[in-house]
Design a protein around this ligand. Structure first.
Ligand code: NAP
Ligand code: 8YV
Length: 318
């Protein structure tokens, strides 16, 4: 059987490679010493691309792959892929929705508890011997009975709301349109921030949400407010966030994503009221396996039936 050529952008797991190699001939973009020459000479050979939410399909790759038919992305967010353009050209784009809802919501809860209960400084107090010499660690703030604002009440946002029920939270949210849910809707991020004590961003990235959380939103959240970002770095004006944390405009933050990943502003690394994770919200063996299996399923279904199981909304009618 002739194998179909597949261009791989970014890392994949051994399990994904093992599942794909019987039917696909996989070439790895980042293994090419001369990327421009490789794309020029071989770009037209690829009907299929496997990528992830971080790399998407870079412009040079998009321009060099005129015979592309399908893009399968390892992640739910696809802001790094021009899905409108691909849909208009009849090219299928697939992603991995739903299978990571629990993990990303759990990551928010982990960050929230860590910031609110001061887990990192408290751990340091215990390890350093300061407990013996300096006495008890100061009291911290409870996560119980808080007003929590969710920016983007989609699949993951709803799962976050479900988790918050365990902490007897009152849920507020902002998205472009109200949903049929028993929570309080706000027609702007600023109004949502003003109504809550804990604000979490879980919208898609891209132009429509660029710097949705800006200095005004942080000011509205207020000096006791905590901000969390498990969405995309682009959703937040990072400079404004650093300033708001430095001058006490807000009380603390938990951040999994950043504007210029993998770079994180040094100022954030120095703050005790901030907990940082390196874009690992979906990063467990179990969830990444489910995501990988779905990536493989999308490519295999495309090969066998010309369709994908989980297309992005722009490609649902193809
Ligand atoms: P989803 O189901 O499509 O939900 C997105 C929500 O955002 C919807 O409620 C949508 O409602 C709202 N929204 C979209 N554009 C908006 C805008 N311009 N202004 C306000 N609200 C907007 O997506 P999901 O599966 O929950 O995933 C959400 C995002 O999480 C992904 O796109 C990805 O960027 C991020 N994510 C991050 C990680 C990580 O590792 N940190 C992991 C997974 C996902 P309306 O359409 O009504 O506005
Ligand atoms: C992945 C993500 O880590 O699903 C997403 O949108 O951001 C994460 O689950 C990412 O796609 C891998 O680069």
């Amino acid at each position: 059987m002739t194998k179909v050529k597949l261009l791989q952008i970014g890392d994949i797991t051994d399990r994904m490679r093992d599942a794909l190699t019987p039917r696909f001939e996989i070439d790895v973009l980042f293994d090419q010493d001369d990327r421009a020459g490789f794309l020029r000479d071989h770009g037209a050979d690829y009907p299929a691309i496997l990528t992830n939410g971080h790399w998407g399909v870079p412009e040079d790759v998009a321009a060099a792959t005129p015979n592309l038919k399908v893009v399968s992305s390892y992640g739910v967010g696809y802001d790094a892929i021009d899905a409108d353009d691909y849909a208009a050209r009849g090219i299928l784009v697939a992603h991995t929705p739903d299978v990571l809802n629990d993990e990303v919501a759990n990551t928010f809860v982990m960050l929230w508890l860590a910031v609110s209960r001061e887990l990192i400084p408290s751990d340091r107090h215990a390890r350093s011997g300061e407990w013996e010499t300096g006495g008890n660690y100061p009291l911290t703030r409870s996560v119980m009975n808080r007003r929590v604002g969710i920016l983007g009440l989609g699949r993951i946002g709803q799962t976050i709301a479900d988790r918050c029920a365990a902490f007897d939270a009152e849920i507020h949210y902002h998205s472009r349109s109200p949903k049929d849910v028993p929570y309080t809707y706000h027609d702007s991020a600023e109004a949502c921030a003003a109504a809550v004590e804990v604000l979490v961003a879980i919208t898609p990235g891209g132009p429509s949400t660029q710097h949705m959380v800006n200095a005004d939103v942080l000011r509205a959240l207020g000096p006791d407010g905590l901000f969390f970002n498990v969405a995309r770095g682009s959703v937040v004006d990072e400079e404004a966030l650093v300033k708001a944390l430095q001058d006490g405009t807000i009380a603390g933050a938990g951040l999994d994503v950043f504007e210029a990943e993998p770079k994180i502003p040094d100022a954030l690394k120095d703050m005790d009221n901030v907990v940082l994770t390196p874009h690992v919200a979906s990063g467990t063996h179990e969830t990444r396996q489910a995501m990988g299996d779905l990536v493989v399923e999308n490519l295999t279904q495309w090969l066998e039936e010309g369709s994908v199981r989980t297309p992005v909304p722009e490609c649902r009618d193809l």
